[in-house]
Design a protein around this ligand. Sequence first.
Ligand SMILES: *Cc1c(COP(=O)(O)O)cnc(C)c1O
Length: 669
Amino acid sequence: MKLWTAKDSAELYNISGWSNGYFTTNEEGHVEVTPFGENGGRIDMKRVVDDLVRRGLSMPLLLRFSDILEQRMHELCSAFHKAIEQFEYKGKYVPAMPIKVNQHRPVVEELVEFGKRHGLGLEVGSKPELLIAVSMMHRKHGLIICNGYKDRAYIETALLAQRLGITTLIIVDRFQELETIIAASRSLGVKPCIGVRAKLSARGSGRWAESGGDSSKFGLTAAEMVGVVERLRTEGMLDSLVCLHFHIGSQITAIRAVKEALDEAARIFADLYRMGAPLAYLDCGGGLAVDYDGSKTNFHASKNYTLEEYAADIIGEISSTLDGGDIPHPTIITESGRAMVAHHSVLVFNVLGHNAASFRDPEKEVQRPKEEEPQILHDMWEVYAGITKKNYQEAYHDGLKLKEDALSLFRHGIINLVMRARIEELFWASATKIWKICKELSYVPDDLEGLEKTLADIYFCNFSVFQSMPDSWAVDALFPVMPIHRLREKPTQLGILADLTCDSDGKVDQFIDLHDVKNALELHTHRVGEPYFLGVFLVGAYQEVLGDLHNLFGDVNAVHIAFDKERGYTVRHVINGDKVKDVLSYVLYDSGALMQRLRASIEDALQEGHMTFEESANLVKHFEAGMAGYTYLEQPELAESLLNSVLPKENRSVRPAPEERPDEIQKTA
Ligand SMILES: *Cc1c(COP(=O)(O)O)cnc(C)c1O
């Protein structure tokens, strides 16, 4: 038999499909991070995780790869620069980062730093986000785009930020906001930079199509846009109308939707200009999709276009419409959030154990029954032994029927529990055989589609779906999931992932697939005492900030990693996740007050003789340690097993010199 290699694993999990070249496998069978492509630096992800565990960080861990973030921004800008050259476009391109996609300070800080040379702007949709942007944006020549509901205070803050040298585009999302903008700018004596958000009749595609179209929440109708021009003209402020904005939704899977929107937007732009508005910016909003499943289709977890195509369509469409009317080319802005940050974060957690779907060892051969054993066992054996590519569907039905018959014989006391178990074991062996045949086929009959799920083991994992991949639960979003090591070993099991919450929705049972969606993932057997790490990829957009405290599982430990020529990698920041007492305080429990209550109960128990002093001390110790601990399963034995198994001795005490230690950010500090 052909040896299983890391390449086979790469193919199985379709890494090249979704990784955009940022992830690959290495000779050791580990996932490797390659932010700069094939020939640039490489970071062995398993090594990073091992090191972090040895440093005392507990699972789950969120790894943020700073180089990927920088590279993504670079790619986005390059694509537009190429298109600008190709179409001899006269305006500039400026990327803007919608803060809502990932507001974490260290992430925004890095974005602003990397964005300096690209003139990156920040897009905000609320007052708190505006306050972040105003203080994070480097002063001169900065750009902030203000969307969302705005009250007088929001607008005044935006206007005053202009005095810092920041261009703040205040986008009129609802017609009523215009009066507040006029009044505020008059009273502060600051000339506003106003934009209008067009309610396009073109819609996005896919799940967030409702963000565009006539019934969308935000944006002005044609009549309202004309009204804005007239109103500003009356006020003598028409020279403040400098931007047209639109946003047709997130994760736009079909390029056709982008083209249609641009057609309409470019016409509106031209007409507003002709009416006397000196428009200098055209903001195309977000929506640039991420190919989560790597299928390059218009499926909701994918996209049917490339970054280059997206940029070329925007620049091409606008220049052709504007050139016809002799209108100067504006600066093009996009607010691509998902596409900018999704790739750079990976969630890593350990498997705690697995429940086999069927209590049988997949490596073990099943035995032919003995002559004197019951007929039904022989019948099941016949089914098992006779499965072929031609009759597999029939065999499955026969097997199911026999399994039901066995149950009924058992109920009537005709066969015993041991016999029932043997029949079921044969059934599961047949099902596995049939599944293997199905996998080779391009078409799987409907009645066999559930087979994968039935055969899947449940892998219990140290994470919370609700905290770390909420879109998987809320909108059935798909993320690539795979082991980050053991990739030279052929995975023998099928599994679904169950998280730590006691919610039956706290599971992942849909996985990316080139054709449709897989109901189970190929995984390795979990060996007791040996860590098995899984990674969930492309979780940098939305997941962290939408996560919730279901069952009081809090924020996970996050670590910023960057490539380093000499040492392989460096840790830029460690951001400690929530402690138990932090999440308790969110729901208004005070750890001190809880301790007082506990002490009172302990006093009673001691008085009544139900508890010894030693037991009371032990309980208090656990209570205190629990309060100060991580909300997930802490497993000191994990670090122990790593020390014992994978690391050569000389490697064991490597510590960075004090001056090289990253800053540790205490969330509560
Ligand atoms: C959410 C949002 C974005 C970001 O969309 P992505 O799909 O993440 O690119 C951009 N602009 C506006 C106005 C938004 O509301």
